[in-house]
Each structure stands twice: as C-alpha cells, then as structure tokens.
Design a protein around this ligand. Structure first.
Ligand code: SF4
Length: 64
C-alpha cells in the first residue's frame, strides 16, 4: 500500500503508478519518478463548461 508521503517532509516518496504526473513543483510528486505519491487525488475544474484538458486541475496539488 502506498503511504501518503511528501518529498517536502523528508521521507521517501512511494510512487503510485496509477497516477502519472509531471508537476515537479508539487509536494506530493515523487522526484525521481514522474508519479504522484498519494493514494488518490481529486481532479476538478475551474471552468463552467470544461472542454479541453487545460480546463481541469489537480486539486490535491500542494506547493513544494
Ligand atoms: S497531488 Fe496532483 S499535482 Fe501533485 S503530484 Fe499528485 S497528481 Fe501531481
């Protein structure tokens, strides 16, 4: 099981291979692998009618 671990707090990140991510400025990103370290994430939108991938956001993002 993946533990909820951030690169921010100094413990090693367990990559969740079900969540590929390239946002290296996020505290939940596993530096050495392009994956998220969370067990699950929440995706949302800032648009009224999202029509393309740019309209969606990872709402689990946390600034590193
Ligand atoms: S929380 Fe979202 S933005 Fe941050 S590493 Fe995970 S998937 Fe990427």
């Amino acid at each position: 099981m993946n533990k909820t671990c951030t690169t921010n707090d100094g413990c090693s990140c367990t990559a969740n291979h079900a969540i590929a991510c390239s946002v290296t400025s996020c505290a939940h990103h596993c530096k050495n692998e392009n994956y998220c370290g969370l067990n699950s994430i929440r995706v949302g939108t800032h648009e009224t009618n999202p029509a393309m991938d740019q309209c969606t956001d990872c709402q689990s993002f946390k600034k590193f």
